[in-house]
Design a protein around this ligand. Structure first.
Ligand code: NAD
Length: 474
């Protein structure tokens, strides 16, 4: 800890941290029933008490349509709680494992114990879901938690602070609002685990701060998720699902298809089908549609505008959309093709409603292209060829994959969710989230005379022979 830059005052983050730390053993040993009680209270508070306020806050911050707020913010939290409630007893049970013959006389098991005091830093694109989702796992695992939500969605963050105060004592769970500076201050404290959701660049800052205390980390990051469409794909169905996955929340989704890699023979057909589905979902003037969100801040609006201008200056073709309006931070669902390799659209995570299309001649070319980039959070495949699908999966690496659909792998709590290297470290959701916030403590119990005791010193010739026999037979 750099003691010079830490605020030790009465109401500081440091004092809050110490308070949580001093009570963590007590909180961490509460039985199954008490953890369930906390989860139930959180569920009722979100689902009933604050439901409408959540929807309003999301509308103010992101113009998030009501149905999207219900389905992509409230539902994932409630279903994560329900899943934990149904499985927590099993997860908390001691897990017996086999013991080798060389340890005859003993038995072995492991338990999941809480990591301790944890920090959750969350982003703005699904502020409630990506804050309360990991919180459910942290509580299920018996931890104390300090949360730092994003400063980009102030209405949502303020409401989350109120929800946390309603449900928890601050020794148990506390939420600290603030800018990047607040995050930086919190990162100086010796947390036992840090669960960060955000960009790869900030992920690196978080990981190096964690290294100072050897805190474990879960990093849920982003990046460019490719979508491969081969010539055997059902193009209309592919367009229907991709347009939904790409333009929901105005493309501000970590697992949205970042770019399309399509067999050149079906590109025109795909673009036409996308246009049809965009009109179907958002009418031919998406600006007036209640089903279409806005860009979160002026800064992000300008970032996307710069991407588009850069691509156009390099002779890219805008196939669909392209309209923008700075005052309302509106960017129409946009599809761009014939893009130069140097264009920023093909080199930085887009995180907005702009879909670049890159064509390929052979599947090998597409695979080489994917592997020339950072490992993605998601890789989507549209194909009716089992051979092609298998080939793509075997020859690439990604956090998760959907075949003939996109985004929805996020919603299955039985699957581990997370990235690989640049797109993340560690997994979340369901049991994987519980595991991320737990230490697997190994326990061996000696019952009777242990056969290994025959090998204790002094090391005679007989013991040397016994050691050799152990290597050979056990
Ligand atoms: P971000 O990295 O800018 O910010 C995330 C959080 O980190 C915020 O709370 C912010 O206050 C804090 N932060 C920002 N800069 C910091 C710094 N220098 N030091 C300490 N803390 C800092 O990300 P964002 O813009 O909020 O979200 C967009 C990114 O998050 C995209 O890359 C997206 O792909 C990714 N994301 C990933 C997932 C996932 O589950 N894998 C989900 C949503 C978003």
């Amino acid at each position: 800890m750099n003691k010079d830059s830490i605020d030790f005052n009465e109401n500081s983050h440091y004092q809050l941290f110490l308070k949580q730390q001093s009570q963590q053993l007590e909180i961490g040993t509460v039985p199954y029933g008490s953890r369930i009680k906390k989860l139930k209270k959180l569920k009722t508070t979100i689902e009933i008490t604050f439901r409408n306020q959540i929807i309003e806050a999301l509308h103010k911050d992101l113009n998030k349509p009501r149905v999207e707020a219900e389905l992509t913010e409230i539902y994932p939290i409630i279903s994560e709680i329900k899943f934990a409630k149904s499985n927590l007893r099993q997860w908390m049970r001691k897990q017996k494992v086999d013991t080798p013959m060389s340890m005859l006389g003993s038995s072995s098991y492991y338990i999941y114990e809480p990591k301790g005091v944890c920090l959750i830093i969350s982003p703005w694109n699904f502020p409630f879901n990506l804050t309360f989702g990991p919180l459910v796992s942290a509580i299920a695992a018996g931890n104390s938690v300090i949360i730092k939500p994003s400063e980009m969605t102030p209405n949502s963050s303020a409401l989350m602070a109120e929800i946390i105060k309603t449900v928890f004592e601050k020794e148990d769970v506390a939420l600290v609002e603030g800018e990047v500076e607040t995050s930086a201050q919190l990162l100086q404290l010796p947390f036992n685990h840090i669960f960060f959701t955000g960009s790869p660049n900030v992920g690196k800052i978080v990981m190096s701060a964690a290294a100072k205390h050897l805190a474990s980390v879960t990093l849920e990051l982003g990046g460019k998720s490719p979508t491969v469409i081969d010539s055997t794909a059902n193009i209309d169905k592919a367009a229907k699902r991709i347009v939904w996955g790409k333009f929901m929340n105005a493309g501000q989704i970590c697992v949205s298809p970042d770019y399309i890699l399509i067999d050149e023979t079906v590109k025109e057909k795909f673009t036409k089908a996308c246009k049809k589905w965009i009109e179907h979902y958002f009418t031919n003037t998406p600006k007036t549609s209640d089903s279409y969100a806005r860009i979160v801040t002026q800064k992000h609006f300008e970032r996307l505008q710069t991407h588009l201008e850069n691509a156009k200056s390099l002779n890219a073709k805008v196939d669909v959309g392209g309209e923008i309006e700075a005052d309302s931070k509106y960017i129409a669902p946009t599809i761009v093709s014939d893009i130069s390799e140097e264009a920023s659209l093909l080199n930085e995570e887009i995180f907005g409603p702009v879909l670049p299309i890159v064509t390929y001649k052979t599947l090998d070319e597409a695979i080489t292209y994917i592997n020339s980039k950072e490992r993605p959070l998601a890789l989507y495949i549209y194909s009716s060829s089992k051979r092609n699908t298998k080939k793509i999966i075997r020859n690439t690496r990604a956090g998760g994959t959907c075949i003939n659909t996109n985004v929805i792998h996020y919603a299955n709590h039985n699957l581990p969710f997370g990235g690989i290297n640049n797109s993340g470290i560690g997994k979340s959701h369901g049991f994987y989230g519980f595991k991320a916030f737990s230490n697997q403590r190994a326990v061996v119990k000696q019952h009777t005379f242990g056969i290994n005791e025959l090998l204790f010193p002094p090391y005679t010739n007989f013991k040397e022979k016994l050691a050799k026999l152990t290597i050979k037979w056990f």
